[in-house]
Design a protein around this ligand. Structure first.
Ligand code: HEM
Length: 448
């Protein structure tokens, strides 16, 4: 059976700043094994107190019951704000409320159904590009496909230099995706972060491109059916206010940044798990055999096993390994007294492997997501998309898109591990990616 526990907690022995650096670079081996058994971890960095918790009860408290006692961590703003401004994933308070209220209709199921043809075109382009298969680092073509999807969904059929965008997004997330020591220490944004210059330049280029496309659309009077056409025209039902030009750029940058690599990373881990399970690939093919030349929104209703496989892959390898919040007033959390300014890090990956909620937690078993199994679990034992009011706005889009991409991949190819190759290592760079780009052997089915 495949050993899915490819990381070993409790490996970082360095202390002080050296230890902190090591944990920032590789949190999975820095976190102690006890965290994965359900024990919160309490620590202090100078004046900063932080609690890492894998407990669903703490998630319920932080994201739901006492939500008003917490805000997003300023560290996330310091890392992502250079590209995403005060976008939805960074904002708090009234700015968050306005942006969420304006963006929510764009992510309604009825709107998302219209995007399925975009998902399918990207999926077919990707499988055509994979051509004769071979030993391939699949993360790159998957990321190209999910970037295509988000750009097309946001802008419609606008001519853009997608290769340049893709390079800049990847560079920004790669270099800027590791928390800088200065971010952790809370140094203000104007203090230059050594090593961050080129990722700042990438963020500036991306914002400029977004602003140009939005300005062109505004000048043309909008009216198209793409997401940005809706965002340009939408107003908040409570105040009648629309998004400013800067907020529109923030929104585009946020949806591009938050909405493509997350999905491709999830799919890369899904394929790795499937590589060890040829019989499950057969079952997926059987489920998808009635799919025609074009996948329609209604087809997704019967691709249940596809969805369960993706959900279970995101349990074992959640693309976002933790959700960070800071207390804005004193609050009690599972017997601990949190003071204003204390941090709480909800450690998704540890929660997802806690044996109290997930029997035999390292086993890959998509049946954990059958409806009766889901009903029997704590609702916050599974947190790949966060929870409460700030739950990922794109979760349904991501699942629908991933289902279509997976269906086309397994219909087109047999997926297998490369014999003798070491397993991938999950590196945390905003998302949790395979360090080897997920090298797998793809064999076109027609040639089997
Ligand atoms: C597998 C794919 C995805 C994963 C694992 C994922 C994960 C998450 C998580 C964990 C959060 C919560 C962050 C927090 O509470 O601080 C979040 C929020 C968010 N995600 Fe996603 N996401 C995915 C796909 C997408 C897509 C496709 C989009 C947009 C097109 C998107 C846009 C956002 C936005 C805007 C937020 C902030 C929501 C708010 O605070 O109101 N995500 N996502």
């Amino acid at each position: 059976m495949l050993d899915t526990k490819i990381f070993t907690p409790g490996q970082t022995s360095a202390t002080g700043f050296a230890g902190l650096r090591a944990v920032l670079r590789d949190p999975l081996s820095g976190w102690p094994a006890s965290l994965f058994e359900g024990e919160p971890l309490d620590y202090k960095l100078g004046p900063v107190r932080s609690i890492d918790t894998p407990r669903p009860e703490d998630v319920a408290l932080v994201l739901l019951d006492q939500r008003d006692a917490f805000r997003r961590s300023p560290m996330v703003r310091l890392m992502l704000g250079r590209a995403m401004g005060d976008g939805l994933i960074i904002a708090d308070g009234e700015s968050w409320r306005l942006q969420r209220s304006i963006a929510a209709p764009v992510f309604r199921h009825s709107e998302l159904k219209k995007l399925v043809p975009i998902f399918d075109v990207a999926a077919r382009r990707m499988t055509a590009d994979l051509g004769a298969g071979g030993e391939i680092a699949v993360l790159e073509p998957l990321t190209a496909a999910t970037l295509d999807v988000i750009i097309e969904s946001l802008f419609g059929d606008v001519a853009l230099d997608r290769a340049a965008i893709s390079r800049d997004v990847a560079h920004f997330l790669n270099v800027g995706g590791v928390p800088h020591l200065f971010d952790v220490l809370g140094l203000p944004a104007w203090v230059p972060r050594p090593g961050r210059g080129s990722s700042n330049a990438a963020a500036r280029r991306l914002r400029k491109t977004s602003a140009q496309v939005l300005a062109k659309k505004r000048a043309e009077g909008g009216g198209g059916g793409a997401m940005t056409d809706h965002l340009l025209a939408a107003t908040d039902p409570e105040t009648g206010q629309g998004l400013s030009d800067a907020q529109l750029v923030d929104a585009v940058m946020t949806f591009v940044g938050a909405g493509h690599e997350t999905t491709s990373v999830a799919l890369s881990w899904t394929l790795w798990l499937l590589a060890a399970r040829p019989e499950l690939q057969e079952q997926l093919r059987a489920e998808g055999q009635a799919l025609g030349d074009a996948i329609e929104a209604d087809d997704l209703a019967y691709l249940d096993l596809h969805t369960r496989v993706i959900q279970e892959a995101m349990r074992l390898y959640p693309p976002v390994v933790s959700v960070l919040r800071q207390a804005t007033r004193p609050v009690e959390m599972s017997g601990r007294h949190l003071r204003k300014g204390d941090f709480v890090n909800l450690i998704t990956i540890a929660m997802h492997r806690n044996p109290d909620h997930w029997p035999d937690p390292d086993r890959f078993d998509p049946d954990r997501f059958l409806p009766e199994a889901v009903k029997a679990r704590h609702r916050f034992a599974y947190l790949p998309f966060g929870g409460g009011a700030t739950m990922c706005i794109g979760w349904k889009l991501a699942l629908m898109e991933a289902t279509v991409l997976l269906a086309r991949l397994v219909q087109g190819f047999e997926v297998a591990a490369i014999p003798g190759a070491p397993p991938p290592y999950p590196t945390v760079r905003i998302t949790m990616r395979p360090d080897n780009g997920m090298r797998l052997r793809l064999t076109p089915r027609g040639t089997l």
